[in-house]
Design a protein around this ligand. Structure first.
Ligand code: APR
Ligand code: PHB
Length: 390
C-alpha cells in the first residue's frame, strides 16, 4: 500500500501524530504489533502538562478528559514526616490535569477508529527500509502474509524496545543512559485517594507516591529493589509498607482494598541523538526515557509530536522543510531539560543503596531548601507543569 506517513507504534505518540495529520488531510498508516486490549492494558502515568492537554484539544480528543479529568493546582512533598505543599498555580498560573495515560490512549484509539484511520494491529516483524531514499518503506507480516507500506516519511513511535532507533546507522546514533538501582512497585485500587492531591514521600526506607485516576480509583507506588519478585508482594505487604512510609495522618486515613493491577517498573534516564535520519523521525519513548518521578514520559511524547506534526504539515501544505531540519534540535533542547528535572527529582526523593550519611544530608538539604524558598519552588513548579514547547 502507499501512504504519506508510515507510523510504527499505536501508543500515545503514534496515535496522536496520526490523528493530528488526519485533521490536516494528511494520510498515515499506523503499524502496531500488539492488540488494542494489550496496548490499553499497560498501566502508565496519569499527570498531563498543559501542553499535552492543548495537544489533545488540537487533536479533537479532549472531550472525556475535560469531563472526567481532575485539575490539580498543587501537590505535596513529604520528608521527615512533614507534608509541604507546592503551589503550582501560584508560581506558574497553571496546574496539571490528572487523567490516566490509558484513557488518553483509548480516546485517541476511538478517534482514529471513528475517522476510519488505518491503524493495523498485530502487525508482526515490522522492518524499515530505504530511509535515505525518497520512497522509504515499511514491511510487516499479518495473517501469514507479507505486506509493504511505501511512504514519504516514517515516524518511529515504537517505544524504547521498538525497531526504529535500531534502524539508525550506528555511526550516526549517540545514546546516553543512566539506570537507577531500584524500581517502582505500583498498584491500582478502586479506593478513595488518601488526599485530594498527589503526595511524593522521601522516607529512609524508600520513596512512596500517592496518586489517583479519579476520586474513586487510587494509584500508589513504593520504591523497591530493581530485581524484586512481584509474587512476594501481596496486597497486605504493600499496604503495610506504604503505611510505614506515609506521614502518620495519611497512614491512618488511607482506604485499603484489593489491587486491580500490580506491576514493577525499572527506572532509567535515556536519550538518543539525533532524532532524525533521512526520512525517519523518532518520537516519544523511541528516543528518550525518563524515570516516572517527574511524570514527564507522556508529556515529552506530546512535545515531540507537536514539533513533528508541525513539520510534516508545513511540508505537505507549503513544501517547507525547515521545521523538519530543526526537528531533532528543538525536541532535544526540551528533552534534556525534562531529563535533568526528572533525574533531580529521582535523586532527591529515593533511597540509594550506596547512600552514605553525607548523601542523606544533602538530600534532606535539597528538600528543605526547596520547601522553604519561594524562588526555588517557582523554578521547581515551572519544570513540573512543563516548560514551553517553543
Ligand atoms: N512493531 C510495531 N509496534 C511496535 C513494535 C514493533 N516492532 N515495538 C513496539 N511497538 C509498539 C508498542 O507495542 C507500543 O504500543 O509501539 C508502541 C509504543 O508505545 P509507548 O511505549 O507507549 O511509547 P509512546 O507512544 O512514545 O508513549 C510514551 O508511553 O511508555 C509510556 O512512559 C511512557 O508515558 C510515556 C509514553
Ligand atoms: C501516576 O499517577 O501514575 C503518577 C503520577 C505522578 C508521577 C508518576 C506517576 O510522578
Amino acid at each position: 500500500m502507499r501512504t504519506q506517513v508510515g507510523i510504527i507504534g499505536a501508543g500515545p505518540s503514534g496515535l496522536l501524530l496520526s490523528q493530528l495529520l488526519h485533521l490536516q488531510g494528511i494520510e498515515s498508516v499506523v503499524l502496531e504489533r500488539r492488540t488494542p486490549d494489550y496496548v490499553l492494558g499497560r498501566i502508565r502515568a496519569g499527570v498531563l502538562e498543559e501542553g499535552m492537554v492543548q495537544m489533545l484539544r488540537r487533536a479533537e480528543c479532549a472531550g472525556r478528559m475535560d469531563a472526567e479529568g481532575l485539575i490539580h493546582d498543587g501537590f505535596e512533598i513529604c520528608f521527615g514526616e512533614v507534608r509541604h505543599r507546592i503551589d503550582l498555580k501560584k508560581h506558574t498560573g497553571a496546574g496539571v490535569m490528572v487523567y490516566g495515560q490509558t484513557e488518553v490512549t483509548k480516546d485517541l484509539m476511538d478517534a482514529r477508529a471513528a475517522a476510519g484511520g488505518a491503524v493495523i494491529y498485530e502487525a508482526e516483524n515490522v522492518a524499515l527500509h530505504d530511509l535515505d531514499s525518497n520512497t522509504p518503506k515499511l514491511t510487516y507480516q499479518k495473517d501469514g502474509a507479507e505486506h509493504e507500506v511505501v511512504c514519504d516519511y516514517i515516524a518511529g513511535c515504537d517505544g524504547f524496545h521498538g525497531p526504529s532507533r535500531r534502524a539508525m546507522p550506528e555511526n550516526v546514533l549517540k545514546e546516553h543512559e543512566r539506570v537507577y538501582p531500584f524500581g517502582w512497585l505500583g498498584i491500582l485500587t478502586d479506593t478513595r485517594p488518601v488526599a485530594d492531591e498527589l503526595i511524593y514521600v522521601n522516607h529512609w526506607r524508600g520513596f512512596a507516591l500517592c496518586s489517583m485516576r479519579s476520586m474513586t480509583r487510587s494509584r500508589y507506588y513504593i520504591q523497591c529493589a530493581f530485581d524484586e519478585n512481584l509474587d512476594e508482594w501481596t496486597d497486605d505487604r504493600i499496604w503495610d509498607e506504604l503505611r510505614v512510609r506515609l506521614p502518620a495522618d495519611a497512614a491512618e486515613s488511607i482506604e485499603m482494598g484489593p489491587s486491580i493491577e500490580k506491576s514493577i517498573a525499572p527506572l532509567r534516564s535515556f536519550v538518543a541523538e539525533p532524532m532524525r535520519h533521512g526520512r525517519l523521525f523518532l518520537a516519544g519513548d523511541a528516543a528518550h526515557i525518563v524515570p516516572p518521578t517527574g511524570a514527564k514520559g507522556l508529556n515529552l511524547a506530546a512535545s515531540d509530536i507537536h514539533f513533528l506534526s508541525n513539520a510534516l504539515i508545513a511540508f505537505y501544505q507549503d513544501g517547507q522543510t525547515d521545521l523538519m531540519d530543526s526537528y531533532s534540535e528543538k525536541c532535544l533542547d526540551r528533552i534534556w531539560k525534562a531529563e535533568r528535572f526528572s533525574w533531580w527529582m529521582t535523586t532527591v526523593l529515593h533511597r540509594f543503596p550506596d547512600q552514605n550519611s553525607f548523601d542523606r544530608g544533602v538530600q534532606l538539604a535539597e528538600l528543605d531548601y526547596l520547601t522553604s524558598s519561594e524562588p526555588a519552588q517557582a523554578a521547581f513548579a515551572e519544570n513540573y507543569v512543563g516548560l514551553p514547547f517553543e
